[in-house]
Design a protein around this ligand. Structure first.
Ligand code: URA
Length: 187
């Protein structure tokens, strides 16, 4: 475990713990304010993220930014965004359980240093890894679960919303719940 953010980041950028390192252009460490009270966790970088070295910069990232803006959140100011795996899986397949396991200590260390009060999991993969393995995201999104003093909520992945725009209102409701919780906790 690193107790210094810059040292953690430097070590992560050199990571070769799993095979995903062979196909990467960039390690996607994360973006935002590491002193923020709210941490968003996605699944893993896609093509644009791999090229730019920043999470959620493609089409799903544009949608995420719009949803954040709707509840006065800004990726560079009052949240931090990271992923379960830091390197792009080939052809954007789901990260394998062993790849998630190899990578998760980087995220654990990020969580230990950020000490967020709220974690929002974007999509099934992050929700299963962070909240509970048997989460049913279609039924349990928008619910706050408490884990060791941290509130954790899953919401629908922006890429899933691009595929099924009918679900956007449900996801927006989750963001409203998040905004209300941020107010309640005075974050
Ligand atoms: N999808 C994710 O889960 N994370 C990203 O960074 C980009 C797309």
């Amino acid at each position: 475990m690193f107790d210094n953010w810059d040292e953690l980041k430097s070590a992560c950028l050199e990571c070769r713990k799993c095979g995903l390192c062979n196909g990467r252009t960039n390690v996607v460490f994360g973006v935002g304010n590491e002193k923020a009270g709210v941490l968003f966790i996605g699944e893993g970088p896609g093509e644009n993220e791999d090229l730019q070295g920043e999470p959620f910069v493609g089409r799903s990232g544009q949608l995420l930014d719009k949803m954040l803006d709707a509840v006065d959140l800004d990726r560079h100011k009052n949240i931090y965004i990271a992923n379960i795996v830091k390197c792009r899986p080939p052809k954007n397949r789901d990260p394998l359980p062993e790849e998630q396991e190899m990578c998760i200590d980087w995220l654990r260390n990020q969580v230990a240093l950020i000490r967020p009060k709220i974690i929002v999991c974007l999509g099934r993969i992050a929700a299963m890894k962070i909240i509970k393995p048997d989460i049913k995201i279609t039924k349990e999104h928008g619910i706050f679960f408490e884990r060791s003093g941290v509130l954790m909520m899953a919401t629908l992945h922006p890429a899933a919303l691009l595929r099924n725009p009918n679900n956007k209102p449900e996801a927006f409701d989750d963001f409203i719940k998040l905004r209300d919780k941020i107010k309640e906790l005075d974050l």
